[in-house]
Design a protein around this ligand. Structure first.
Ligand code: F6P
Length: 324
């Protein structure tokens, strides 16, 4: 009898989940496994809502955003052990030997809790936030940054026409990764992230100087984990920076769209890593990438540690001026 592998996408969706489902399903089928998807994350496992994944029905997924399996946030999975036991029972009854969880931090915790009651799990990091320990990159981050870059470039056009400063809020949960890297890529004048204190007076002086020099736009990027764009705008309005101020909260457009090249490549690497973990019987790990290597971090370690923003990015906030 063929061995069955279960797959779910869980938590916030991320562009690249669909390519990952496609690479993984085909790689597993070619290696003689049966692949069972469950709908809407852990909820679908508990309710045994299956989505049979075949070689053919994953065609065309490389260029599709979102996840065909659907996803959900399912807090009961974290809080209620009887829910997790139900999931275990379903997996056992269906003959599924490993559950592959594609998702972010919260989903990884769910997988760790399942592993503690005897379910073999493998976690593949997928989140636009790039905030997971055990991997340089999380799936979706590249596409989100390309969306943010595009949006900020566009906002700059209108800002320049009107002599305006824009406060642009980006996602990232508790991490400033998206905000600081987007600030670098778009030539923002300032950034607010949870990891670093921004000197508001110094920033306000710089904005005032730019305004007086006749520079027709200024862009400030705010990580949602630090403050809201409205709060920052209120603070800057009190400091007489010259510019008229407008706000843009980019919101969920950051989670959609056609996965860019780097997310597809990352999806492929994570799928290959999963295959290796299954062949080696190396379960309850997070498959990640570090430079050119594919890595395997025990879930116990990955849930206990927090990914820090690199020194290089922290220093970029203090030492570089990105403005153009
Ligand atoms: O973790 C991904 C993420 O997009 C965060 O950046 C954001 O804080 C959160 O999910 C939003 O979640 P929801 O779509 O449930 O509102």
């Amino acid at each position: 009898m063929k061995k069955s592998i279960g797959i779910i996408t869980s938590g916030g969706d991320a562009p690249g989940m669909n390519p990952l489902i496609r690479y993984l399903t085909r790689a597993l089928i070619e290696n003689n496994y049966e692949v069972v998807g469950f709908k809407n994350g852990y909820r679908g496992v508990v309710n045994n809502e299956q989505y049979k994944l075949t070689y053919d029905n994953v065609a065309g997924l490389l260029k599709r955003g979102g996840t065909i399996l659907g996803t959900s946030r399912f807090p009961e999975f974290k809080t209620d052990e009887s829910v997790r036991l139900k999931a275990k029972e379903v997996l056992e009854n269906e003959g599924i030997s490993v559950l592959v969880v594609i998702g972010g931090d919260g989903s990884m915790r769910g997988a760790y809790d399942l592993s503690k009651i005897g379910v073999n799990t493998i976690v593949l990091p997928a989140s636009i936030d790039n905030d997971m320990y055990g991997t340089d990159e999380t799936l979706g981050m590249h596409t989100a940054l390309s969306t943010i870059q595009d949006a900020v470039d566009k906002i700059k056009d209108t800002a320049s026409s009107h002599d305006r400063a824009f406060i642009i809020e980006v996602m990232g949960h508790r991490s400033g990764y998206l905000a600081v890297t987007a600030a670098i890529a778009t030539g923002a004048e300032g950034v607010f992230i949870p990891e670093v204190e921004t000197d508001v007076d110094e920033l306000a002086k710089r904005l005032r100087k730019r305004y007086e020099e006749g520079r027709r736009n200024s862009i400030i990027i705010v990580a949602e984990g630090k403050a809201s764009a409205y709060d920052i705008a209120k603070m800057l309005k009190e400091k007489d920076i010259g510019y008229d101020i407008r706000i843009s909260v980019l919101g969920h457009i950051q989670r959609g769209g056609i996965p860019v090249f780097h997310d597809r490549l990352l999806a492929f690497r994570l799928a290959m890593g999963t295959l290796k973990a299954i062949f080696d019987g190396n379960f309850n790990v997070l498959v990640g990438v570090k430079g050119k290597e594919i890595t395997f971090t025990p879930l116990k370690e990955a849930v206990a540690r927090r990914k820090k923003l690199s020194e290089f990015l922290i220093n970029s906030v203090y030492t570089f001026r990105w403005e153009d």
